[in-house]
Design a binder for this molecule. Structure first.
Ligand SMILES: O=C(O)CCC(=O)C(=O)O
Ligand SMILES: [Fe+2]
Length: 290
């Protein structure tokens, strides 16, 4: 019980420390690409992504129609891919992230597994970039692709950039995400190796028996369920930067925490916290099997 209390305190501290870093960065950091801090414009997005999102919001849109507008990486594992950002936007975002990395401002790391990379919330990129991306584009797509995983009920996210480079992190162990659904976009630079591999949903026995390898394509995003076991193979050469958006639906996680598979007991936190809410959104259909 003492350990549990300490862990709760540690997590609450993380939220407060993250908010403090965000405030410090807002007051003293000078972006090299201020353009990416203005509200997300359609021009930043790949035409295929715009088309898929526009289709998904059109009357009568269905899964079959959407599947004609993106690549099915694995039907069985329900993994999909499509171009997300234009090349110039990827380059601008990379330039900004690198500039921030080189600054001596404090950086909150994405999770316990990545020692490099940054949280987009702390940089101030949630409001102009990630929230509009989720609300306007990802939500309609995810509602058709994963209605049983809260795809139509996304109400928060945790977005970060992971960076792999020689002498830094080079790979990522097998895990599942604290997310109902995940978008992983390759931003560049030039690299070899570093493919993702996917097993089954983590609840399945011997879920890693036949992993599927998925190479990154710069500018393109992989969509998968957060509970799908995955990891990253070692980087060969070059640098790999990916934008990862953990998408959360409180309507789903309020019932069953996706990490411990129990009914969550909530404590207060800053911002989106871990994506749970005390107020219930209206009802949502859930898969009884997963
Ligand atoms: O290395 C990658 O691209 C995957 C990162 C990832 O799965 C995660 O951070 O949750
Ligand atoms: Fe992950």
């Amino acid at each position: 019980m003492v350990e549990l209390e300490q862990e709760v305190e540690r997590r609450q501290r993380l939220g407060q420390e993250s908010a403090a870093r965000k405030a410090l960065i807002a007051s003293s950091y000078h972006p090299v690409r201020p353009d990416i801090y203005s509200l997300l414009q359609d021009e930043a997005l790949a035409p295929e992504f715009l088309a898929a999102a526009e289709y998904s919001t059109s009357p009568g849109a269905d899964l079959k129609g959407l599947l004609q507008r993106l690549e099915t990486v694995s039907e069985e594992k329900r993994i999909y891919r499509l171009p997300v950002f234009t090349a110039p936007f990827c380059q601008a975002l990379l330039q900004e992230l690198e500039h921030f990395e080189q600054s001596d401002l404090p950086k909150g790391r994405p999770n316990t597994m990545n020692n490099y990379g940054v949280l987009l919330y702390e940089l101030g990129l949630d409001e102009p970039l990630v929230t509009p991306l989720r609300e306007r584009f990802l939500q309609p797509l995810m509602a058709l692709l994963y209605p049983d995983c809260g795809g139509g009920w996304l109400d928060s996210h945790r977005a970060f950039v992971v960076k792999y480079a020689p002498g830094q992190d080079r790979e990522l162990g097998c895990h599942y995400d604290n997310a109902e659904l995940t978008l992983n976009v390759s931003l560049g630079k030039a690299f070899t190796g570093g493919a993702l591999y996917f097993g089954d949903l983590f609840q399945v026995p011997s879920a890693l028996a036949h992993p599927l390898e998925v190479e990154h394509v710069v500018g393109q995003g992989i969509l998968h369920r957060g509970g799908q076991l995955h990891g990253a193979r070692p980087l060969g050469t070059g640098e790999r930067w990916n934008l990862v958006v953990w998408l959360r639906a409180s309507a789903v996680r309020n019932r069953l925490c996706p990490m411990c598979c129990r009914k969550p007991q909530l404590v207060d936190d800053e911002g989106f916290g871990d994506g749970f809410t005390r107020e219930e959104p209206a009802t949502v259909d859930l898969c009884a099997l997963t």
